[in-house]
Design a protein around this ligand. Sequence first.
Ligand SMILES: NC(=O)c1ccc[n+]([C@@H]2O[C@H](COP(=O)([O-])OP(=O)(O)OC[C@H]3O[C@@H](n4cnc5c(N)ncnc54)[C@H](OP(=O)(O)O)[C@@H]3O)[C@@H](O)[C@H]2O)c1
Length: 350
Amino acid sequence: MSSQLTVGIVGTGLFAKGSHLPAYQAMSDKFKPAAAFNRTKSKAEAFAEDAGIPKDKVYDNLDEILADDSIDFIDALLPVQFNAQTVEKCVAANKPVILEKPISATIAGARELVKIAESTDVPVAIAENWLYLNSAIELKKHLADIGPVTAFTYNSTGPFITNNKYLATTWRQKPEHIGGFLSDGGVHQLALLTEVLGEIGSVSALTKQVRKESGTDDVVFSTVKMKEDDVIGTFTYGSAFGSCEKWTYFKLYGLNGSVTLNLSDKKKPSITKIVGDSAETSGEPQTIPIGELDSFGVNEEFLNFYEAVVKKDKTLIKGTPRIAFHHLACVAAFLESSSKKGDNVTVEQP
Ligand SMILES: NC(=O)c1ccc[n+]([C@@H]2O[C@H](COP(=O)([O-])OP(=O)(O)OC[C@H]3O[C@@H](n4cnc5c(N)ncnc54)[C@H](OP(=O)(O)O)[C@@H]3O)[C@@H](O)[C@H]2O)c1
């Protein structure tokens, strides 16, 4: 295998064009888009032209692309109900595969995908770009200063965007993936939260559908308890409201202070830290800007996958199916709790 990996792109829609292709082009020493397949072939042909993929490498189905020995790995960006069957075929063809989040449409599909991925040495990764944010790395550096974390509040809320390009995709309008936008976007927030604090153990939640366009419940208000320690918190998510500021705040309360990540403006995140064990001993708030790259973790996730493929070592993968399972399982737990009027629900394991 040469140090430049050839990529077969499966599903040449919005995110393939707007995010994965620019990532490959920015790291052209490591990646070369070399084949494509899309349900609507004309879209794959247009994508191929932009990506410099020869016309004869635009295939009619996944099997054809998998049979092409010149392709080093598959990058799949499909409605996620197709993820498990895509992994099954890639693994059978001995082709490493990276798939877009959430891991699957259902917990059963996610469990199946984890099982297939863990029964092979072929690298399988879920492209959860929020796992790679500097925000998580920087936030973790400050936790020791505020003493043991006791509680947190995570709030990612915003106004409904009528002309959101993603809303126009038919598979999002009639979601087969649980929770619709709650899993589509919610897994990003849960990736960041759990990357900093570890897994969520149990939840009590209420969800509801605010917008008919969402196709299903689109907001969640919850209280959660972490799995490994005594940390409790709240998790609130939804972009279905009327006019309001777009917020993404993650505030961690420790015995010796607090740190707050403000990711509301993705281009200008910051952390504010206040150290002290009481009002009387409180230091001054210190605000530290964080550098976040324009790719917002996408380039980093591909670099991580590159290492795993080149070194033929799936243990190097950060966005493992098992990790991504947890993010979807939290959404499933929110929905189950809400269906039981907010009863406490344990987050399922793979
Ligand atoms: N990480 C992130 O921040 C992020 C952001 C956006 C999207 N994503 C993920 O990227 C993936 C693609 O999303 P997108 O926004 O790019 O959506 P999209 O534009 O609708 O692309 C989906 C692609 O899948 C194809 N497809 C749809 N239904 C299919 C079916 N029944 N059988 C086979 N192919 C089918 C579509 O083909 P047609 O051309 O025939 O419709 C389309 O090319 C999703 O998994 C999504 O969650 C991730």
